[in-house]
Design a protein around this ligand. Structure first.
Ligand code: SF4
Length: 302
């Protein structure tokens, strides 16, 4: 049996499900039950009746699955998979930020730790951020940790001031206006599809701004277009090239690679299933409070 078959057999034997984020190495899709962005995977974690969830993604995603499904065993194949953006704000930094702006609702991006979620009003993903902020019916909201997603949401909504924490994704933050201009000059007329974790000045000159799912959907919906400039993590373009071999995709920079997302190989997933580790454990009080924050988001997103 090759390693893929062994994984599929173990998965069946242990009633496990594998959730994979679309920034993972593209071959992981061959053994995953669901592949998608954070919102999609959170919804799949809620619906799943598996005993074990193997999360091929970064730590905050596995924590989210554990918070939503506290009775399930949630395992992550590697310990070396933190998200640099999520780690930019600690609980103490959150408290300090909130203390400067009392009585303003706090929205945290799903890319945040369980502790941080436990003290925020509602959570969001890049797919639903606008809808979530709007649902608060407030003329001011605090948004963390990603300043760029927060500012992009503000630019899309009339009359809402989004006060942002100064975090960002170091991968998306690499992209400059010059990168976009250069790519446009090499490929005139080609649409630029950008993730909202990019800098404001980059999203402003893009043709479409949306989550990874949104970018993939844009390509699927625009059947008459054959070329696209993709401004997000490399995993997305790998999947687009696989799924649309007749179309051309240009990655904005060759270094759009999140190393934390690329740690998982088949061997790691196999060992995770076999040894049932590394298991995600959370303080039950933190977990209960964070669940309220996530459930509010899931309710608004339905
Ligand atoms: S791409 Fe950025 S936001 Fe996404 S997991 Fe990596 S560091 Fe975190």
């Amino acid at each position: 049996m090759d390693i893929r078959e062994k994984i599929l057999e173990l998965k069946k034997e242990k009633n496990a499900v594998i959730l994979a984020h679309c920034y993972q190495n593209v071959e992981i899709d061959e053994i995953a039950d669901y592949v998608g962005d954070s919102l999609y995977l959170s919804q799949k974690a809620v619906e799943s009746d598996a005993d074990i969830i193997v999360f091929a993604g970064v730590t905050f995603m596995a924590q989210t699955a554990k918070i939503i499904s506290p009775d399930k065993k949630v395992i992550i194949p590697s310990l070396d998979c933190g998200c640099d953006m999520a780690d930019m704000i600690t609980l103490n930094q959150l408290r300090e930020f909130k203390s400067k702006y009392p009585d303003i609702p706090t929205v945290c991006y799903i890319n945040s730790t369980a502790e941080v979620k436990s003290e925020c009003d509602i959570c969001c993903t890049s797919s639903n951020a606008m809808k979530i902020v709007k649902s608060l019916n407030s003329d001011k909201v605090l948004f963390l940790p990603d300043q760029f997603l927060g500012k992009w949401v503000e630019s899309q909504l009339d009359g809402v001031e989004v006060i942002t924490y100064n975090g960002c994704c170091p991968i998306h933050n690499k992209v400059t206006v010059e990168d976009v201009k250069l790519m446009k000059s090499k490929h005139p007329g080609v649409k630029v599809l950008t993730h909202p974790e990019c800098r404001v000045e980059v999203t402003q000159i893009s043709d479409y701004v949306g989550s990874t799912t949104g970018i993939i959907k844009y390509v699927a919906d625009n059947k008459d277009l054959n070329e696209f400039i993709i401004v997000t993590e490399k995993g997305v373009i790998d999947r687009l090239r696989r799924d649309y071999p007749d179309k051309k995709f240009y990655l904005i920079r060759e270094d759009m690679i999140c190393s934390s997302m690329k740690t998982n190989r088949f061997e790691d997933i196999y060992n995770a299933l076999l040894n049932e580790k590394y298991e995600i454990t959370l303080d039950s009080d933190i977990s209960k409070k964070a669940l309220v924050c996530i459930e509010r988001m899931l309710k608004v997103s339905k």
